[in-house]
Design a protein around this ligand. Structure first.
Ligand code: CA
Length: 220
């Protein structure tokens, strides 16, 4: 789960970035509307946290532009503008959720989880796949009824594969969803995580699609 944070206030941006990462998301932070639009169109973010008052391009303009280009990424507006009129304008411009500053980071993370599961076509808070259960909020995994310890990146990778069950996810897609900008990624990092997941869970859970990527088959 990689989140794009759009916030021009430096202290607040740093705070949100740290909080979102602590909640288990990968996250990138940009400080103006034009950069937000470019980022949202070039990287496979799972959701956007969008301030409204921004330099270069306002938050509402970013939102309208994304929707005009048929970009369906979930957008949570996070702003100090607190009148009903503002909320209505934000949601009607294409926003999916609206939070007013000051806000609680735990609540922001929970709202993001809700937006992400909805956008993947789900409603249940737990992801079930055969004998596997993944709890995005508790960041825990159970396999055949037993808790399994996963490293944070292994958990994030499994989460992406389960959300995309039945579809082949390319290496590039998975890497882009797992790693924020500026992070060094070893060329075989993904293979290593897949190897660990197969060992800790079941070898047959994750299929390799040669030359393309990986998939978890749809749960029948
Ligand atoms: Ca602002």
């Amino acid at each position: 789960m990689r989140i794009l944070i759009v916030e021009d206030d430096r202290l607040l941006g740093e705070g949100i970035l740290a909080g979102i990462r602590q909640a288990g998301f990968a996250a990138d932070w940009v400080q103006d509307g034009a950069a937000a639009l470019a980022a949202a169109q070039s990287e496979p973010f799972s959701a956007v946290v969008l301030d409204l008052g921004l330099p270069r391009l306002s938050g509402l303009d970013v939102l309208r532009e994304l929707r005009a280009k048929r970009n369906a990424i979930p957008v949570l507006i996070l702003t100090a503008r607190d009148t009903s009129k503002d909320v209505i304008a934000g949601l009607d411009a294409g926003g999916d959720d609206y939070m007013i500053k000051p806000f609680d980071l735990g609540e922001l993370a929970a709202r993001l989880r809700a937006l992400i599961r909805r956008s993947a076509g789900g409603a249940a808070p737990l992801l079930q796949h055969g004998e596997l259960t993944l709890d995005p909020a508790a960041r825990s995994v159970r396999w055949q009824g037993h808790a399994v310890e996963l490293a944070p990146r292994e958990f994030a990778l499994l989460h992406e594969l389960l959300l995309g069950a039945g579809r082949v996810l390319t290496r590039a897609q998975l890497e882009a969803k797992l790693y924020p900008w500026g992070e060094e990624v070893e060329s075989n990092a993904l293979e290593v995580h897949i190897h660990h997941l197969r060992k800790k869970l079941a070898p047959e859970l994750i299929r390799t699609v040669r030359g393309v990527g990986y998939m978890v088959p749809r749960d029948e």
